[in-house]
Design a protein around this ligand. Structure first.
Ligand code: FAD
Length: 418
């Protein structure tokens, strides 16, 4: 935060004038895309040009530290800008932008060395560097501390080998934040380190995965002796779990994109859908709309309370971010199902290219994403139980054992290795 903090309302006025002079109103171009629709490098380049404009105008990274190219203001200033810019075309990097600005940049600012931050954060805020996350592996998702990608020190360089999966937008990214095991002789949470890897580094193979919704934004990666240096470490060697927790907190509800906007009107998308399919007078459809609106409202106010608590508490308990994430994970699929109920048979088939008609089915297919990404609903419930409510921890057989020993025991169970 900077010493000469501008009042939020003064900032809002200043931002409003800048936006009117520099950004295009939405009605003059096509409406913003939804997640999953930024799929090409051309779209990313388009967003980079606009992001550069925001950066030069002082409106990129509003709540990022000023020494790294941000404005050093608060999330309330950031929110004011978002509200003012809502009717204008702003940079849309799709999921890769959400991850870069909302979780990775924040985690870097909190944990990386000042040199690393100076090297990367201004480039992120300018839109020159888009990042993705390499943390999940085929055998480690919810149990993230169980990853097996290996980073081995070799003089002043590190060599990384392993495989990652479910990396959102990795094929569009310039850099990856990669979690690797650097010590196998200590318990699983204590031997992890984060590295920055250029996505085009020698030994990195990125493959897109075709999904049920027709998209292919998820990727899997194969890391074959990828070389990085000490300068590419984010945080401290073997202390990567602290960085992981920060990153997941931003992803789960403390990030700038996490707060839903206030549902002022009654579920307008569902009202439009009911009108389109001729069910606006149907009591069952009206009931579904009311239910969606109540859920929208509950989710908004819960999100706002959690965000306030995280922002204003002197010693915020970041575990509460799990509530916002869980609310999104529960309400999003529920709302998508309500859309299908209202749409009925009309929501099951539509003309190719008709975005509005296909939307309920696509929302239904996409609705589960948020109940899995960055920790499933069950994992959020466990976190709330253990870290917020103080209930007994889940029984664990491996938290205090050296990871090597855990793997040896696991192999013994299926009789492969003696
Ligand atoms: C939209 C989306 C975006 C993603 N983006 C990225 C990304 O950019 N980078 C990346 O690295 N990963 C990403 N992921 C992967 C994501 O983090 C994992 O899918 C998630 O952590 C769950 O892991 P898993 O898929 O291995 O499921 P598993 O861990 O195998 O879980 C399977 C089931 O078991 C349940 N379960 C597991 N453990 C417990 C437990 N202890 N208690 C109760 N239930 C349990 C789970 O809730 C789930 O229902 C993304 C996923 C999605 C859906």
């Amino acid at each position: 935060m900077n010493d000469t903090m501008i009042d939020v309302e003064d900032f809002r006025r200043e931002a409003r004038a800048w936006i009117a002079a520099n950004l295009e109103p939405r009605e003059r171009v096509r409406a913003g895309r939804v997640v999953g629709e930024v799929t090409t490098h051309e779209q990313i380049d388009e967003a980079r040009a606009l992001q550069r404009k925001l950066f030069d105008g002082g409106y990129a990274g509003i709540s990022y530290p000023a020494e790294y190219g941000g404005r050093g203001l608060t999330p309330a200033h950031e929110q004011a800008f978002r509200e003012e810019a809502a009717g204008y075309v702003t940079p849309d990097f799709g999921v890769v932008g959400v991850v870069t600005m909302g979780a990775i940049g924040r985690s870097i600012a909190e944990h990386a060395s000042p040199e690393f931050c100076r090297r990367h954060i201004p480039a992120i805020l300018r839109g020159d560097e888009m990042w993705c996350q390499f943390y999940s592996e085929p055998e480690a998702g919810s149990d993230l501390a169980g990853i097996r990608t290996r980073a081995t020190r070799d003089g002043d360089r590190w060599v990384i080998s392993g495989s990652k999966i479910w990396s959102s937008g990795a094929y569009l990214a310039d850099w990856a934040m990669c979690l690797a095991r650097t010590d196998w002789d200590v318990p699983k949470h204590r031997g992890l380190t984060w590295f920055a890897i250029p996505c085009d580094a020698k030994g990195v193979t990125i493959r897109q995965i075709r999904q049920i919704n027709g998209g292919a934004e998820f990727c899997e990666e194969f890391l074959d002796e990828v070389e990085v240096t000490e300068d590419d470490i984010i945080g401290e060697v073997n202390r990567g779990w602290a960085v992981t927790q920060t990153m997941l907190v931003y992803e789960r509800g403390a990030g700038e994109t996490a707060t839903p906007t206030e549902p002022r009107a009654l579920a307008p998308d569902l009202v439009a859908l009911a009108r389109r399919v001729g069910r606006i007078e149907d009591p069952a459809a009206r009931q579904a709309i009311a239910r969606a609106h109540i859920n929208d409202y509950a989710q908004f106010h819960l999100g706002r309370r959690i965000a306030d608590r995280l922002e204003h508490s002197h010693n915020p308990d970041h575990a509460v971010a799990a509530y916002s994430k869980l609310a999104a994970g529960v309400y999003t699929p529920l709302r998508a199902r309500l859309g299908m109920e209202i749409g009925g048979p009309a929501a099951l088939a539509w003309a190719i290219g008709d975005e509005a008609e296909g939307r309920p089915a696509l929302d239904y297919l996409n609705g589960r994403r948020i109940s899995i990404a960055a920790g499933t609903n069950e994992v959020q419930r466990n976190g709330i139980g253990e870290r917020v409510l103080g209930l007994p921890r889940e029984p664990s057989f491996d938290t205090n054992k050296a990871f090597n020993e855990v793997l040896r025991n696991a192999r013994n169970w299926d009789g492969k290795v003696g």
